[in-house]
Design a protein around this ligand. Structure first.
Ligand SMILES: [Zn+2]
Length: 425
């Protein structure tokens, strides 16, 4: 989970516009439904907070009748700085720090994290316990009541099932501003649907329903679990995503038991041979000099149909002196492909046209800087040209036959639950 959170931070900037757009929908149109065995609760945003104070007393970590000081680690604040205020001696603090090493390094206290000091309600004000909260579920106990006892504990995390539904509507911007926003749900959705839906291009009228997990500790929300299933209506098309575990692998599958992730076609044409590979330094046959060749050339007879290797939207359909007639396809926020030297671009392939994997987008030619009929196939990953033959795209296997029956049962239940959520539009 911690790794995931780091990722979220890294991508937060990149996806901020996506989040905003989606949140506009889901924040304003939250639904409350009950259905089947699953208790579906309303998805009112709950502030993510720390462990409730009374937890430690209620769970016998510290005895009742102590005074509780609830603090936050300040910038560069150390254990000794905290405990000296409570009249714990240097010698004792030193002993605590040393003994703590095997359990939790006190130098790893993080600014902004919570800590609790429990001391006696008398003139001595003796510290009996110090607790450092690593996160909303994990904490370290320094029990000073008897001989020093230091241990780490994890609170029980309760998973609750929630639903959200919404319509993408640009006028709902204010809803984000007015509400506490959990960015995790839109991020999860954008990852699940990365191959099916370009989240930079979701449009007004697109709508969705989602059933997902939220994690709670003592009635306080500490974060989001996984998305269990989702429905997205994009440009009028239905996209279901069902979480399913087969063996030790889990993935999201559609209503046809296919993975939501898509592999690219190996090549943009059916019958061809590779005449030149991706290279950072290649002798250019026309320009007669060394220069990078950031694509893969497939030689084929003039007029051979060229296919888009993945679903996407045409971002460029045009002509340039070097590329000749060419088409660029954007597949999602990560991948784009480009096809050069076409004899002719297929009619109807214009900027904004949506294409499906295998759709013909043009025909092999030798327009632009080319010696003979071929298509130069270029592949972008996160804005950088990479070798299409080497790029590793996650596998996209369908549900295995041995799990198909189990999947069908899960799918039927999930789709019926999704359908029972009131239509957000
Ligand atoms: Zn080329």
């Amino acid at each position: 989970m911690s790794f995931r959170y780091q990722n979220i931070r890294v991508y937060a900037g990149l996806f901020i516009s996506i989040f905003a757009f989606i949140l506009m929908g889901y924040m304003s149109e939250q639904q409350s439904q009950a259905g089947g065995e699953m208790a579906l609760e309303d998805s009112t945003q709950v502030e993510i907070d720390t462990i409730p104070l009374n937890y430690y007393v209620e769970n016998g970590i510290v005895r009742d009748s102590l005074i509780i000081y609830d603090g936050t680690v300040k910038l560069n604040q150390s254990l000794s700085e905290i405990l000296l205020k409570f009249k714990v001696s240097y010698a004792e603090i030193d002993r605590i720090a040393k003994k703590s090493k095997d359990v939790f390094d006190v130098r790893k206290f993080v600014t902004g994290k919570n800590y609790l000091v429990f001391y006696t309600d008398d003139s001595l004000q003796k510290v009996e316990c110090f607790i450092y909260e690593i996160d909303a579920a994990n904490y370290v106990v320094y029990d000073l009541s008897d001989s020093l006892n230091i241990y780490r504990e994890r609170k029980e995390v309760e998973v609750r099932i929630r639903v959200a539904a919404g319509v993408i509507n640009s006028s709902l911007w204010q809803t984000i501003v007015d509400n506490e926003i959990d960015y995790n749900l839109p991020l999860e959705l954008s990852e699940i649907y990365a191959w099916a839906i370009d989240f930079y291009r979701i449009q007004k009228g697109d709508n969705f329903k989602v059933i997902y997990e939220e994690k709670y500790v003592d009635d306080k929300k500490i974060g989001m679990g996984k998305v269990i299933c989702a429905y997205f209506n994009h440009f009028g098309d239905d996209y279901y995503a069902i979480y399913f575990e087969q063996g030790d692998a889990a993935d999201y599958f559609d209503e046809n038991a296919k993975s939501l992730r898509r592999a690219f076609l190996k090549a943009p044409l059916k019958y061809s041979r590779i005449s030149s590979k991706f290279s950072r330094r290649r002798y250019h046959p026309v320009q007669k000099r060394y220069k990078p060749h950031l694509g893969t050339d497939y030689a084929a007879p003039k007029g051979t149909p060229i296919m888009t290797t993945g679903d996407g939207v045409i971002t460029i359909s045009g002509y340039s002196r070097g590329n000749g007639n060419f088409v660029k396809v954007r597949h999602n926020s990560v991948y784009s492909t480009q096809y050069l030297h076409m004899n002719k671009i297929k009619s109807g392939i214009r900027k904004g046209t949506r294409v499906r994997q295998g759709d013909v987008i043009g025909y092999v030619g030798s327009t632009g800087l080319a010696t003979g009929p071929h298509v130069c196939y270029r592949f972008w990953k996160n804005g950088t040209q990479v070798d299409a033959l080497r790029v590793s795209v996650p596998p996209s296997l369908p549900v295995d036959k041995s799990y198909l029956e189990a999947y069908e049962a899960v799918k039927a239940e999930m789709i019926s639950k999704l359908d029972s959520i009131a239509d957000p539009s």
